[in-house]
Every structure is written in structure tokens, then in C-alpha cells.
Design a protein around this ligand. Structure first.
Ligand code: BES
Ligand code: MG
Ligand code: ZN
Length: 490
């Protein structure tokens, strides 16, 4: 999908789309058409009443350069959220594809309608993400995506916002497209290759640590989880260093378990296939790094993606094992299915030691308990730093990627103390599962502000997921837009 801008709405187009507020008698920004068209538009306005989600298509006569007009209801101004224009734009784009159009045009409403997120940003994210389809393994390709013309009065600021939104949306789509890959086609080595190729295109430094170096260099968590699979573990590190030498980086860490069987603590069979999505945190970090390098944002950011496959095997790690984590702390394994925290803790400890970062943010499909607590539309955030949490919350509001904070005090930390090692990799029974995982991670950072985002419920569309046009079935790329908003706000 290509994106262009025009300042006049009367250019030739197959479909001209405009937004309508509830009970309004006009389409925002729509120019005057001939009397016949105007009366048809007015009739449609009366019929659809600008109700949120309603659309109406008006075919115009051959004399017009515009073939059809699409009215898209956005509801009452006071009920609009930072997601309204994004959701409705997604729907518009899918309508244009249904009509098999090669292109369509959308009239951008003034920003006060969409604030604080700019209207063009939402239009671009909504339509690009809605038109993405995972069809790599379909022998017959489905439909091609129409190009988009945004009708807006051009200023430098607008043109910059458009370029940025395109890059951000492409970052999210990149994350989705690798997260959707099946586990036979996407191993830790595959992810490492994606990272390497992407870094070459975008002038980032990429390094990959493999076995036996992982073991030799003390990555006991990554080595232990990875040892049961013939697909060897990888630690992928991407550096975007455009902030100058003295500026401490932000470190982003993402869990990339390419398939999580549970290992020796084997998962039940039902829905185990969904554990191909256990790499979504890592894919989110790769998507963020792709976008931040293309945006050329003048900051330092390091992306660290520990990647393993968690399999049962004669060589697998077992319940009862005691392993030494990166940095020296020991962990008693009581459940091999609590593998994410082990690989993340190694990566976080490495990130803190090597980069003395300003902050560490990790993304992970870490606990089923997160789905029990918050469902499938809101991610959990657990942090040791109020200021960092506040900033991430602000970005969450602007991007409509919702998060909710869970507490982490000393009592919780005490629940993962082990009789025989420094920590154990599970808590007590089923109590506070999401916080237990976070408590384990908390031990991996010494002094750095850190925030953990558990995306178990939101990383892909599940049974209870709220349907959104810009989140078609499969991986959602959750966290890419949120993190990029945060990084760009620094
Ligand atoms: N990848 C899973 C968490 C998960 C489960 C995410 C379902 C999304 C949907 C993780 O590795 C895991 O298995 N966690 C265990 C931890 C438990 C053994 C303490 C869980 O949540 O059951
Ligand atoms: Mg697991
Ligand atoms: Zn897992």
C-alpha cells in the first residue's frame, strides 16, 4: 500500500471517504458537489446519523472525478477515544479492498477531532495495519491492497507525521509478519537472520551469540531452556546509536520462544499450537528496532532478543535442576514451563551490565495468569520505577495500546525465595502468577529503572479478543506503537 497526499478532495478517485460526527449534517472537510450528488449525500447523512462504525456509500454520476463517496460515522465528539479514527480508518480501508479498488482517498479531519493523537497518524496506522494479511502459506494469493491518498492541507509538520506513521505502522506489520510464522519455519536461527538482514538494510549493528558461547559466557537461563531442542538458542542484539556517545541507551528486551511446549513440564494438548506466538515479545522488539532505525531518531536504543525453543527431550532441563543465571544468581527450576523469565532475566542482566542503560523495558508473553487477571485487550505492566511507568502510561493513552499496572512489593519478592538456591522459577501455588514472573525478573536488575510488560493476552487475537479492523486474525504487534511513541517522546 502506497500513501500519497493531496490538498484538494476533487481529484480523480474511485472512493472518497469522509468522517461524520453523530447527528451532524455535514461530512468533515467534504467539498461541494453538484445538486444531484448533494441531495444523495444529505439523504445518506440523515440515514446513518453519523453513528460510530456505520458507513454509507454513494455512487456519483460519470461526470464527477470522484466515482463514489463513503461516509464513515465516528459517533459523538465527547465519546471519541484515541482509537476512534484508527478503528474507522481500518474499516474504510477494508471496504476499499472489498470493492477491489486500486486506490482510495480519505479526508483527514482537523486534529482537534482526533487529539491528542494526530488524525493522519491514526488514518495511516488504521488502514495499513487493517490491510495486512498473513498469506505466505496460501498457494492462491487473496486480494491486493489499494493505495491511499490522504486529503490534507500540507505543512512540514503534517508531512513529517505521515512519514513517521508509515514507518511505525510498517514496524508493527513487520512484527506481526514474523510472529505469525509457524514454528517449523521460524527457529531462533531464523529470527537471528531476520535481525541481521534488517540491520544491514537500516544501518544498525547486529550481533548474535550462539552456543557454546552462551554457556561459556554465563547465560545459564538461555542455555538451560534451549538445551532440549535441536534448534539451538540465540541471543540477538541490535544497536541503534544515534544519540551520541555519552547518552545512555534505553534497553528493550523481548521474549522469543519460537515454540513453547512447556518442556518436561509438558503443556496439555489443547491450543498448544498457539504457543507459536510465544515469540511475540521478541518480534515486537525487532519491529521497534526496524522502525526506530528508519525514523533515524537521535537517541540510543539497544534491542535484546533471547530466543529459544522449549522442548521435551533427553537433553532437556528438568524440574529440580539448579542453574546459574547471567550475573551469578542461582535459580531452582520447579517448572520447565516457566521458561520465559529465565531467558529474559539473562538478557536483562546482560543489558544492564553492558550498557548501563537509562531504562530497561521488556515485552513478553509471560503468563497465562495475565489473561485471567486482565483478559485479552489489556496488557500488564509491573515496574520498579514510577516515573518510567508514568511515561509508558502516557504513550499507552496516545497509542490506544492499553496497559494496567500490577504491584510488586517485598512480600511478593519473598514468595520466589528457594530453600536450595537464591530463587525459584515459580511462586506459591497459583497465587499472583503474573507478579511472580515479574518478581523473578526484578532480581535481574540492580539499579536500573525497569518496566515489564506482559503481553500474554494481547499479542495475538484469541477467543475473547475485541475485534478491531486493524488487528486481523493472528499476531497483533502489540507494543510496537506504544514503545515507539515512548522513544520518540524522549
Ligand atoms: N508462554 C507461557 C505463557 C502463556 C500461556 C502465554 C498462555 C499466553 C497464553 C509461559 O511460558 C508459561 O507457560 N507460563 C506458565 C508459568 C507457570 C508454569 C508458573 C503459565 O502461565 O502457566
Ligand atoms: Mg512456558
Ligand atoms: Zn512461554
Amino acid at each position: 500500500m502506497k500513501i500519497k497526499t493531496e490538498s484538494s478532495a476533487k481529484k480523480k478517485t474511485g472512493l472518497l471517504c469522509g468522517f461524520v460526527l453523530e447527528d451532524s449534517d455535514k461530512v468533515i472537510g467534504l467539498p461541494k458537489f453538484d445538486t444531484k450528488a448533494t441531495s444523495a449525500i444529505n439523504q445518506s447523512l440523515k440515514d446513518m446519523e453519523g453513528k460510530l462504525g456505520k458507513t454509507s456509500i454513494i455512487p456519483l454520476s460519470g461526470k464527477n472525478s470522484v466515482q463514489r463517496i463513503l461516509l464513515a460515522g465516528i459517533g459523538k465528539k465527547e465519546n471519541m477515544t484515541n482509537d476512534t479514527i484508527r478503528l474507522v480508518s481500518g474499516k474504510i480501508a477494508q471496504k476499499a479492498r472489498e470493492l477491489k479498488l486500486k486506490e482510495f482517498s480519505v479526508i483527514a479531519p482537523p486534529n482537534f477531532i482526533a487529539e491528542p493523537t494526530s488524525a493522519v497518524t491514526q488514518i495511516i496506522e488504521g488502514s495499513k495495519m487493517a490491510l495486512y494479511k498473513f498469506e505466505r502459506f496460501k498457494t492462491e494469493k487473496v486480494e491486493s491492497s489499494p493505495d491511499l491518498t490522504i486529503i490534507v492541507s500540507k505543512s512540514n509538520e503534517i508531512l513529517k507525521a505521515i512519514k513517521a506513521a508509515e514507518i511505525v505502522a510498517e514496524g508493527a506489520i513487520f512484527a506481526k509478519s514474523i510472529a505469525n510464522l509457524p514454528p517449523n519455519e521460524c527457529t531462533p536461527a531464523t529470527l537471528a537472520n531476520f535481525a541481521k538482514n534488517m540491520s544491514k538494510r537500516n544501518k544498525m549493528k547486529c550481533s548474535v551469540i550462539s552456543e557454546p558461547d552462551l554457556k561459556k559466557r554465563g547465560f545459564g537461563g538461555i542455555s538451560a531452556v534451549g538445551q532440549g531442542s535441536s534448534n539451538q538458542p540465540k541471543l540477538i542484539i541490535l544497536e541503534h546509536m544515534r544519540g551520541g556517545g555519552s547518552d545512555k541507551p534505553i534497553v528493550l528486551v523481548g521474549k522469543a520462544v519460537t515454540f513453547d511446549t512447556g518442556g518436561i513440564s509438558l503443556k496439555p494438548g489443547a491450543s498448544m499450537d498457539e504457543m507459536k506466538f510465544d515469540k511475540c515479545g521478541g518480534c515486537t522488539v525487532l519491529g521497534i528496532m526496524k522502525a526506530i532505525s528508519e525514523l533515524k531518531t537521535p537517541i540510543n536504543v539497544v534491542g535484546i532478543v533471547p530466543s529459544v525453543e522449549n522442548m521435551p527431550d533427553g537433553k532437556s532441563y528438568r524440574p529440580g535442576d539448579i542453574i546459574k543465571m547471567y550475573g551469578g544468581k542461582t535459580a531452582e527450576i520447579l517448572n520447565t514451563d516457566a521458561e520465559g523469565r529465565l531467558i529474559l532475566a539473562d538478557a536483562m542482566a546482560y543489558g544492564e551490565r553492558h550498557y548501563s542503560p537509562k531504562a530497561i523495558i521488556d515485552f513478553a508473553t509471560l503468563t497465562g495468569a495475565c489473561i485471567v487477571a486482565l483478559g485479552t485487550n489489556v496488557a500488564a505492566i509491573v515496574s520498579n520505577d514510577e516515573r518510567l511507568t508514568k511515561k509508558i502510561n502516557d504513550s499507552s493513552k496516545r497509542t490506544a495500546e492499553e496497559i494496567w499496572e500490577l504491584p510488586l512489593n517485598q512480600d511478593y519478592m519473598d514468595m520466589i525465595k528457594s530453600d536450595v538456591a537464591d530463587m525459584k522459577n515459580v511462586g506459591i501455588g497459583r497465587a499472583a502468577g503474573t507478579i511472580m514472573a515479574a518478581a523473578f525478573l526484578r532480581n535481574a536488575v540492580e539499579k536500573t529503572p525497569w518496566a515489564h510488560i506482559d503481553i500474554a493476552g494481547v499479542a495475538w487475537t484469541q477467543g475473547a479478543t475485541k475485534e478491531k479492523p486493524y488487528n486481523p486474525k493472528g499476531a497483533t504487534g502489540f507494543g510496537v506503537r506504544l514503545a515507539l511513541d515512548y522513544l520518540q517522546s524522549l
